[in-house]
Design a protein around this ligand. Structure first.
Ligand SMILES: C[S@@+](CC[C@H](N)C(=O)[O-])C[C@H]1O[C@@H](n2cnc3c(N)ncnc32)[C@H](O)[C@@H]1O
Length: 276
C-alpha cells in the first residue's frame, strides 16, 4: 500500500487503502455553503475563480449521502484503536443557524469522546448577530476504551502553577481550543478558501497517533494534514477532487525542510497566546 501520497479523486471509494490500516483520520469536509472550490492557483495563490470541479451547493440529502459514503470508507480503513476527528461548523441558511450535530448519525457505531470548540478571533462579521468565532471538532473512537491518546505530548503550561500545590507545570488542555484562524498574513496561508491552521491539526496528530503511523485526510484541500503529519514523522494519505489543490499540497510538501519541527516553537506559541 502506498504512503505519503495524495490521490486525485473522490474519497467515496478509497480502494487504494487496506482495511484497518489507518491510525488517525482528521478532516474538514466541504460544508455545502457554496464555497468556490476549484480555483486556478499560481504560486499557491488564487489567480482566477473557476469553481468547476466540485459544486458546494448540493441538495442537503445528496450532500449527506456523499459524506456517508466517505465516512463508511473511513470506518473500513480505520484500525481498531484509531480515531476520526472532524472539523465542522454552524451554517447560516435561510435566516437560521443549522448546527452540525447531525454528523453524529454517521458514527452511531463509534464512540463520541468529545466535541471541541475551536475558538479564534478573526473571520467574517455581521451586525445582525454576534460575530461567529468558533467551529467544532468532533472526536470519534472505534473502541470504547482502547484508543491512542498521548496526553503527555500535548500538555500546556499551567498558568496558575504553584510549586507548593501542583506536581507539574503542565496540564491537560481543555475542550476549548483557542488557536488563530489562518489569516492573510500567515506564512502558511495558501489560496485555498477553507484552509485549517497547522496548529489545530498538530495537537490532534500528536495526541491521536504515534510516529510511523498513517494519518488520512479524505478531503485534503491544500494539504495541511499532510504537512503536519510529515513534520511529526507520521505518514499521510489524502484524497482531493480538485487537481489544483493536489498540486498546491504537493508544492507545500516539497517546501518542507528537514529542520521543520514543532518542538522548539511549541512552548513559545502557547506562552504568547496566554499572554495576549
Ligand atoms: C473544507 S475543504 C478542506 C480544506 C483543508 N482542510 C485544508 O486545510 O486545506 C474540503 C475539500 O474537499 C474537497 N472535496 C470535495 N468533495 C470531495 C470528494 N468527494 N473527495 C475528495 N475531496 C473532495 C474540496 O475540493 C475541498 O478542497
Amino acid at each position: 500500500m502506498d504512503k505519503n501520497i495524495i490521490y486525485l479523486g473522490s474519497s467515496e471509494s478509497m480502494s487504494n487503502i487496506e482495511d484497518k490500516s489507518i491510525s488517525l483520520i482528521v478532516t474538514s469536509p466541504p460544508y455545502n455553503i457554496n464555497v468556490k472550490y476549484g480555483n486556478k492557483v499560481v504560486n499557491r495563490k488564487i489567480v482566477e475563480s473557476k469553481s468547476t470541479k466540485y459544486k458546494d451547493n448540493l441538495q442537503e440529502s445528496e450532500y449527506r449521502a456523499l459524506l456517508r459514503r466517505v465516512f463508511d470508507e473511513c470506518k473500513r480503513v480505520l484500525k481498531d484503536d484509531g480515531s476520526i476527528w472532524i472539523n465542522i461548523k454552524n451554517r447560516y441558511i435561510n435566516g437560521k443557524i443549522l448546527t452540525p450535530y447531525w454528523i453524529e448519525d454517521f458514527f452511531d457505531d463509534m464512540y463520541l469522546k468529545i466535541v471541541i470548540i475551536w475558538n479564534f478571533d478573526w473571520g467574517g462579521s455581521t451586525n445582525t448577530r454576534f460575530a461567529p468565532r468558533y467551529e467544532y471538532v468532533f472526536w470519534f473512537t472505534k473502541h470504547k476504551s482502547n484508543y491512542i491518546f498521548n496526553l503527555d505530548d500535548v500538555k500546556v503550561p499551567a498558568l496558575n502553577y504553584r510549586p507548593d500545590r501542583y506536581k507539574s507545570q503542565f496540564k491537560n488542555p481543555s475542550d476549548v481550543w483557542r488557536i488563530p484562524m489562518v489569516s492573510g498574513n500567515f506564512e502558511e496561508r495558501t489560496g485555498h478558501p477553507a484552509q485549517f491552521p497547522e496548529k489545530l491539526i498538530e495537537r490532534i496528530v500528536k495526541v491521536a497517533s504515534n510516529e510511523g503511523d498513517i494519518v488520512l485526510d479524505p478531503f485534503m484541500g491544500s494539504g495541511t494534514t499532510a504537512v503536519v503529519a510529515k513534520k511529526l514523522n507520521r505518514y499521510f494519505i489524502g484524497y482531493e477532487i480538485v487537481e489544483e489543490y493536489v498540486k498546491m499540497a504537493e508544492e507545500r510538501l516539497a517546501l518542507l525542510k528537514e529542520k521543520d519541527t514543532y518542538k522548539q516553537l511549541e512552548i513559545k506559541f502557547w506562552e504568547e497566546l496566554a499572554n495576549e
